[in-house]
Design a binder for this molecule. Structure first.
Ligand SMILES: CC(C)(COP(=O)(O)OP(=O)(O)OC[C@H]1O[C@@H](n2cnc3c(N)ncnc32)[C@H](O)[C@@H]1OP(=O)(O)O)[C@@H](O)C(=O)NCCC(=O)NCCS
Length: 170
């Protein structure tokens, strides 16, 4: 498996992959994650170094993106998502590799923390923990224990209200 930053020519492939990863057989419309992704590319919070693809034999099998979010409007954090793995390649370590790569890049750039909305049982293994108990409050508190944070520093994180990049709408 090879990990690398996304190139503009990858975007259609990433979008198609995202649609397949989040496909809901009961829904007629394409998943909201695909629309969100398209909007993230052109938003103020887009950070090209945090849009990472995984390839196997030159074929896209996974993608993860983190964009700029803010704590109380002035403390920069990263907001991760969507994270998509091609259904036929799931449970083979692709998601793990992408999350590790995003974390390593964030550490290298001196980022303080990554937050995301996701399944705690999956993300716990990477060190993510519920954010609300540590005082990082999402705009929708009903996210509860699904709103997670990974502290990348050795210091406690500041408390405050977190807002994702604008296309998330929250
Ligand atoms: C969730 C997802 C990104 C995981 O990527 P992956 O490459 O399949 O996962 P990995 O191979 O790194 O890890 C596999 C492990 O994660 C577990 N896992 C996968 N999805 C999980 C979930 N939703 N909840 C709990 N555990 C999960 C698997 O059971 C497996 O456990 P094991 O190592 O004990 O066998 C991928 O399945 C996916 O794209 N799903 C559809 C889209 C999605 O839900 N994205 C995440 C939104 S938060």
């Amino acid at each position: 498996m090879r990990l690398r930053s996304e190139k503009p020519a990858d975007r259609q492939g990433i979008r198609d992959l995202t649609v397949r990863a989040f496909a809901d057989p009961d829904a007629a419309r394409e998943p909201g994650e695909a629309t969100l992704l398209t909007e993230l590319y052109t938003c103020e919070g887009y950070l090209p170094e945090y849009s990472v693809v995984a390839e196997v034999n030159g074929r896209l099998v996974g993608h993860a993106i983190a964009t700029r979010g803010w704590l109380d409007g002035d403390i920069p954090l990263l907001g991760l998502g969507p994270l998509s793995v091609e259904p036929a390649h799931q449970s083979q370590g692709v998601g793990t590799a992408l999350l590790t790569e995003i974390r390593d890049r964030a550490v290298e750039h001196g980022e303080r923390a990554i937050v995301l909305l996701g399944e705690p049982d999956y993300y716990r293994r990477f060190g993510y923990a519920p954010a609300i108990p540590s005082g990082i409050i999402p705009s929708d508190p009903s996210w509860g224990d699904y709103f997670l944070v990974l502290n990348l520093s050795t210091m406690p994180l500041p408390k405050g209200n977190f807002r994702y990049a604008e296309p998330f709408g929250v």
